[in-house]
Write a protein that binds this ligand. Structure first.
Ligand code: HEC
Ligand code: HEC
Length: 270
């Protein structure tokens, strides 16, 4: 057993060193929260150490990402599919540190983390890539992606030419949770969770979300990022009293729409 683990570790380390060597094209370092640019493009330092964030990025074609996100879904589900769509597209265009990531690392995210229905895997995989690209700026960029997801009528028809089930019913989740997103849609469509229709829907959600992540990253790298998401009026006030160190009560963590879960107990509530 332990021998097996050792062999595996050794194998991984060797693989990394090889990949690092193959990708060694420069040695610039970028420690700021500003976008890494092509001029600071650098691969990994030797010895299997990965490049510190942020990683070099250039605008990529969101439609390429969308199609790949859809197709990858049938290979490894949502989180893997979204992350791989973005990573492969960035890798082809800028190379460098992007050569070194094992995309199988994203397989855990399927079904809202191993089928637990928590964070939608399409968001999870996309957020990982946003963090690599944007470093600390992921806070603003990721907020925009998460907020957009909660309000978006998924899925679009933009993958219908390759989809198995074109023109599907759309639903707005109001939430970044896999469970809520999937359940609302499945009810509306009259589909079972393990049906081909539902897989097609989630494949499109994956494509749409990864494409949106690409759009956000593109606008950010071009200095044009302009967030549009704001909490809905039905729960914006809740946040001012309950959420954040500056709020009156500071007794809640989370930016999700409160009214999805808190309903009748709020009678006579301030
Ligand atoms: C003006 C400030 C204010 C706003 C706005 C506000 N709350 Fe509260 N909330 C309070 C106070 C004060 C309490 C009572 C705290 C206590 O008794 O410990 C409370 C209690 C709660 C509780 C505990 C409930 C219980 O029955 O014990 C929940 C849940 C809650 N609020 C959710 C919400 C949600 C959801 C919203 C938005 C729809 C909201 N709050 C808006 C001030 C606010
Ligand atoms: C996914 C469901 C869900 C969402 C979304 C949600 N809550 Fe809750 N919240 C709960 C549950 C479950 C509890 C624990 C049981 C309870 O107190 O109702 C809770 C507890 C609370 C409490 C009581 C904390 C305490 O110390 O007694 C407050 C206050 C609260 N939530 C505020 C909010 C606010 C404000 C939002 C929106 C920003 C929100 N919640 C969003 C499910 C949710």
């Amino acid at each position: 057993m332990s021998k097996q683990i050792l062999t595996r570790r050794k194998f991984i380390a060797t693989g990394l060193t090889f990949a690092a060597g193959a990708a060694l094209v420069g040695c610039g370092v970028n420690n700021g929260a500003t976008p890494a640019t092509a001029t600071t493009a650098s691969a990994n330092t030797a010895g299997g150490k990965l490049e510190p964030l942020p990683w070099v990025y250039e605008p990529i074609d969101p439609e390429v990402v969308r199609k790949r996100g859809y197709e990858n879904y049938f290979e490894g589900a949502c989180c893997y599919a979204a992350g791989k769509a973005l990573i492969d597209t960035i890798r082809e265009q800028v190379g460098g540190p992007w050569e070194t990531l094992p995309e199988d690392m994203l397989r855990y995210g399927r079904g809202g983390a191993l089928g637990w229905g928590t964070l939608c895997g399409a968001l999870n995989g996309s957020l990982l890539v946003m963090n690599l690209v944007a470093g600390d700026d992921v806070a603003q960029l990721g907020d925009e992606l998460l907020g957009w997801y909660t309000l978006f009528p998924f899925p679009t028809t933009k993958m219908d030419d390759i989809a198995k089930f074109p023109n599907q019913v759309t639903t707005i989740a109001g939430s970044p949770l896999c469970h809520i997103s999937v359940s609302l849609w499945a009810n509306e469509a009259g589909a079972k969770i393990n049906s081909d229709e539902k897989a097609d829907r989630c494949a499109k959600v994956t494509g749409d979300t990864a494409a949106q992540a690409a759009e956000i990253l593109n606008s950010w790298i071009e200095g044009k990022f302009n967030p549009t998401y704001a909490p809905g009026t039905e729960f914006a006030s809740c946040l001012t009293c309950h959420n954040g160190s500056k709020s009156a009560l500071d007794n809640e963590q989370g930016k999700m729409n409160c009214t999805l879960c808190h309903t009748d107990q709020l009678q006579g509530h301030p």
